[in-house]
Design a protein around this ligand. Sequence first.
Ligand SMILES: Nc1ncnc2c1ncn2[C@@H]1O[C@H](COP(=O)(O)OP(=O)(O)O)[C@@H](O)[C@H]1O
Ligand SMILES: [Mg+2]
Length: 463
Amino acid sequence: MESRIALSLRAKFIIPIIGIILLLGAVTTIFVHSTLTSTLTRELQERGTVISKNLAANSIDAILTDNVVELRRLIFDAKEAEKDIAYVYILDSKKDIIVHTFEDGFPKALLELHSSGDIRLLETEEGFIRSIATPVLDGKAGFVYVGISESSIREKIADITKTLFILTFIAIGAGILLAYFTVNLITKPIYVLTKGAEEIGKGNFDTRINISTEDEVAILADAFNKMIIELKKSMVRLIQSEKLASIGMLAAGVAHEINNPLTNILLSAESLLRKRTDENTLKQKLEEIISEVEHARIITRNLSEFSRQVEPEIKEMDIKEILERILGIIRIKNIRVERDIQSVILEGDPSQLQQVFLNIIINAVQAMPKGGRLSVSAGEANGFVEVSISDTGVGIPEESLGKIFDPFFTTKKVGEGTGLGLSICLGIVEKHEGEIKVNSKVGEGSTFTVRLPVDRYGKHSDS
Ligand SMILES: Nc1ncnc2c1ncn2[C@@H]1O[C@H](COP(=O)(O)OP(=O)(O)O)[C@@H](O)[C@H]1O
Ligand SMILES: [Mg+2]
């Protein structure tokens, strides 16, 4: 998912950059091309005109004296002096050829080209030729014609245009690279941010987003971190209130459970008061009282164990101890408790795992308002502790099964359920790298199975 986001951001940067560079490249190329063409051809034409005029001035005498040898020397000298000159020829006043520089005879087609002393552009096999005519003594003596080739300047222009093209493509390449790095610079913190958000989505509230840049993204990350801290605080509050709610539900059972020893204590004390008793009976009654007080103390200690807000801590514990502690205070009318609990030592947070089983057991009890059977079993298999808690209650309809672990999903009345119980369970179990499975049939009951790795840190792998 992240790579898709990064790619599209990259494309958003690169496409306009390529567009701008292409546009700039095209505009520059067109501008340079047309300016060069007009400047160079004008310059070439001026050069041709100067040569032609010089030749006209220098050849007056030779034309008038019919000195063909001199004329021939003049035109070949002119042609030699300038490599862009394609040809030179001189006509007399009747427009007959006197001399020319063509090696393969004079092309007659040229004669029709100039009607007067002007400039013409011819397209030949050797490229464009600018033909310049200059009258000698206003045409009374004759005409000098100079053909000046444009191929060398056209080559020059083509070369420059090619260079411009190459430069444009280099600029595009550099632009893409630049965009790539810029985008990386921008997307990297965004990626870090997304990762952080995902972590929090998984319920990992200890996530902090570290962004080294000092820009808007860093401000966002800062706000994000503050939000996580607040979230964690309210999560802790919620968990605590859910904990208190479940303890409240235990209270009825506890009251009942404490009532029994208290009644026994009362009876024993009363009988001691009423009758004069011998040493032995007195001792026996007092022992009864002590044992009942011990019993009550265990229950209250268990209860206070639940309500304590303890810091998370990982240590070794016995799963049996935890389950027995819960079952020791949960005693509800019409509910028979069956247990098959093996002692298994595992590593984890006792207070948190106790919360897990308490939540599941309370749900089971709540699912059996008319009574039923609560079965709790625990054992070890393949390096996992497996705890199963079954009830013969109302069951969970198929369509709710996918939602029961969602925070705030509840089918219970206000005051009876917060909808947080199972989501807290799942959070804790996943933190312990375990899993929870549910099997349920409406009208028959449900089984929640919690699997937890026994040796999560590999401490006992060698024993
Ligand atoms: N043992 C069970 N039998 C039937 N339904 C259950 C059982 N455990 C959980 N549920 C369903 O899952 C829902 C969510 O449970 P939970 O997260 O503990 O929230 P709460 O108990 O506050 O409603 C319950 O409202 C109930 O509908
Ligand atoms: Mg619940």
